[in-house]
Design a protein. Structure first.
Length: 486
């Protein structure tokens, strides 16, 4: 389909103008209408930087790094990795000091999991010093296999560096992995979607506010996302290159196994996406004989590395009453009472799979009002807006692929994206930004696909979508206040 997109040379100015102008209307409008709960000026500034930086720099880099100006793919990779790394390193240092000034500690505002990860790593480091490292690892694997990956990832910085400085080192390390996601997405997209789409997708990932923001907190999302993209890239390289050997299968299985140490569901989706891609790939490229043999080999490898703990967690997920758990979690998280500034949101009682499913590409929406807490949501509200706007292109891409039949060419990344989002819809965390992060690079890849292949009428649709996001933003922030009786 890319061959039809003769018009596309680089992102047009209106791509940035529409998104930034409508964001300004939403931000100013919400804070005028709900002036008693206006957002702090510095969180508003964060949002402006996120939105203006992403959209206008995307336009700039799509021109400066076009195929006519940067001809070699290696040169492009160096540029996208270099700028992405600089942005993340600068942000990591800045936000480290910002959190200290705001909270007295280098953790984010509502630090919970991050403190737990660091304390677990400190415990492992202490046992390591007592020559009880492997015993501790076995104990941790027995108690929480799907959460042991990140404490192990941050173990060396915690052991080597004292106190809070270790957190800065961890975030600087995360910056390297975060920047490399853009390179992996570029390589993945260039194999099947072409150079133009691949470069645009890489630029989007390089500038993605959420992917940058989470470098600055001590949470597992950045490294976990890198692992998932690496897994899909390795699997795609194997399928496209038709190289089915130990040297291609083993690294992929190993990365997939590590994913189980970060989030069980993510490991499941990763392997299932490969099986789905094998089933859907044209027999002209891979015969049924090879499909069956490869499927058996992969299944055997997964069973070989899958420990009893992984199988127990998978069985627990399979036997969970998802609907009841989702309802209970939403009530516990947001409550159902009214009347106080910190009270729960009564609208949370209506949240569930039926509500989340139609909006799963777009949610969560920006929090632009001060309800007395949720500072982290206000800090990243500009990133939410960017994702809300870009989700319009992702949805357009889904329709394009379905109507043209091109979806068969991209079954692996599609299976990873849609498989994870389907699981998320029926989970307790469908509206949590953190849980959307692992598939955001794939969303940017399909957004780039839609933009490169869009027609003139889609420009009007884009403007309408941006205007719709203004209405949605007003409605969401009204619900944030009204649901709490404010």
């Amino acid at each position: 389909m890319e061959g039809k997109a003769i018009w596309f040379k680089s992102l047009p100015d209106w791509f940035a103008t529409y998104a930034v102008a409508t964001y300004a209307i939403a931000l100013i409008g919400v804070n005028i209408v709900y002036s008693s709960y206006a957002i702090e000026w510095y969180f508003g500034l964060f949002g402006i930087v996120w939105v203006v930086g992403f959209f206008f720099l995307s336009v700039k880099f799509s021109r400066d790094w076009s195929e006519s100006r940067v001809k070699k793919s290696k040169a492009f990779e160096k540029k996208v990795f270099g700028i992405g790394l600089i942005l993340r390193l600068v942000y990591a240092v800045f936000i480290y000091n910002f959190y200290i000034n705001m909270t007295g500690k280098p953790y984010e505002f509502a630090a919970a999991d991050s403190i737990g990860y660091v304390e677990t790593a400190q415990w492992i480091a202490g046992e390591w010093g007592r020559d009880n490292f492997w015993g501790t690892i076995l104990l941790l694997a027995e108690s929480s296999f799907s959460d042991m990956g990140y404490p192990l990832f941050i173990l060396l910085p915690v052991r080597i560096f004292d106190g809070d400085f270790a957190l800065l080192v961890i975030r600087l390390i995360q910056a390297f992995f975060g920047a490399h996601i853009s390179v992996l997405i570029y390589r993945l997209a260039s194999r099947t979607m072409g150079e133009t789409i691949a470069r645009l997708a890489a630029i989007f990932c390089m500038l993605h506010p959420v992917l940058i923001c989470y470098v600055g907190v001590t949470l597992k999302e950045v490294f976990m996302t890198w692992l998932l993209v690496l897994f899909v890239d390795l699997a795609d390289k194997m399928l496209v290159g038709k190289r089915y050997s130990f040297s291609t299968i083993a690294p992929m299985v190993l990365v997939g196994f590590v994913l189980f140490m970060f989030r069980t569901v993510l490991g499941m989706v990763a392997f299932m996406s490969v099986f789905f891609a094998l089933a859907m790939i044209d027999t002209k490229f891979v015969g049924w004989g090879k499909k069956i043999v490869l499927g058996v080999v992969m299944t055997g490898a997964v069973l070989l590395v899958a420990s009893e703990n992984i199988m127990r967690e998978i069985d627990k997920i399979r036997n969970t009453d998802i609907r009841q758990e989702q309802e209970n979690t939403m009530k516990n998280r947001y409550g159902s009472g009214k009347g106080g500034k910190l009270s729960g949101n009564s609208f949370a009682n209506y949240a569930g799979a039926a509500v989340f499913a139609p909006m799963i590409f777009t949610i969560p929406f920006p929090t632009m009002v001060d309800i007395g807490f949720q500072e982290d949501m206000r800090l990243i509200q500009g990133g939410n807006w960017m994702r809300n706007v870009m989700s319009g292109f992702v949805i357009l891409a889904m329709f394009m692929l379905l109507l043209t039949g091109d979806w068969r060419r991209y079954t692996l990344p599609l299976a990873a994206l849609l498989g994870y989002l389907v699981v998320l819809v029926f989970s307790s965390f469908a509206h949590s930004l953190r849980f959307h992060i692992p598939v955001m690079p794939f969303e940017m890849m399909f957004a780039a696909y839609a933009i490169v292949n869009m027609r003139k009428k889609h420009r009007t649709w884009y403007l309408i979508w941006c205007l719709l996001m203004i209405v949605t933003c007003f409605g969401w922030n009204w619900m944030k206040l009204k649901g709490r009786g404010l």
